[in-house]
Design a protein around this ligand. Structure first.
Ligand code: FPP
Length: 246
């Protein structure tokens, strides 16, 4: 007898699709070690999951997808792993940018990508420039990103405006600060997903997450796919967002 196929998750109706989804892609290393493979194999499989997820997000009508690819704390990893992750990023830009560009996807980066090696910086800048006018969807890659650093830089920028006499301290609002964040031109965050069963924010989008829904899955990132994204979005659609009201 043939086993019954698991029912495909229902894709949320267009009005229930979150506009901005961010993902903490965690579990590449554990995925690899379960298979007795080196960590790089997990990151490679993670890059495949990135490709699948970007396509799925676009098909589902998600306007903006933000992926935490490299945190400002990831520099603490062994040199070889940093080199492997940088090579994967370059490979991703080289191989996948044409497809995203053809699909009208705009690439954005948050964090200070200029800390990467010169050829990676050039590739990122060319990709940003090439896709800047695209209007279909936005793929945001967090590179050398840390939320506390982003907030510190934003506070410094606001303080400089106060020092220059452009702004009084009393006139500073949440919007003043938000306008100085790396995410200033992005839609408000609706849904934050973290894979691998960990339930923490790891210095990711701490300001932006204020009214986002949080979704945790035990799947390791390399196992994440269109169905997993649909399941997360269906859970999101079932949440009641009250923004502090009743
Ligand atoms: C966390 O898993 C994952 C990362 C630090 C890197 C994420 C990178 C990719 C998914 C591939 C390249 C990215 C792009 C945009 C092409 P971990 O290694 O910390 O997992 P562990 O906690 O199981 O060790």
């Amino acid at each position: 007898m043939r086993a019954k196929a698991a029912p495909a998750p229902t894709v949320p109706a267009p009005q229930d699709v979150p506009r901005h989804v961010a993902i903490i892609m965690d579990g590449n290393g554990r995925w690899a070690s379960r298979r007795k493979l080196p960590r790089i194999a997990g990151h490679k499989a993670g890059a495949d999951a990135v490709r699948r997820t970007v396509r799925a997000a676009r098909e589902m009508g998600i306007d903006c997808l933000t992926l935490y690819a490299f945190s400002s704390e990831n520099w603490k990893r062994p040199e070889q792993e940093i080199a492997d992750l940088t090579a994967l990023l370059k490979h991703f830009i080289q191989n996948d940018l044409d497809e995203f560009h053809a699909n009208n996807v705009r690439l954005r980066v948050i964090g200070d990508y200029r800390a990467f090696d010169a050829s990676a910086v050039t590739m990122v800048e060319e990709a940003l420039e090439r896709t800047a006018a695209n209007t279909g969807a936005t793929l945001v890659i967090a590179l050398n990103y840390g939320s506390q650093n982003e907030l510190t830089r934003a506070a410094q920028a606001v303080a400089r405006r106060v020092e220059a006499g452009e702004l009084s301290a009393d006139a500073i609002t949440g919007e003043t600060l938000a306008a100085e964040l790396d995410t200033a031109d992005l839609p408000p965050l609706d849904l934050l997903i973290r894979t691998s069963g960990e339930q923490r924010l790891s210095n990711f989008l701490l300001w932006q997450v204020a009214y986002a829904e949080l979704y945790f899955t035990d799947l390791f990132w390399p196992d994440f796919d269109a169905d997993a994204l649909a399941t997360a979005c269906t859970a999101f659609a079932g949440r009641q967002r009250r923004y502090g009201g009743l």
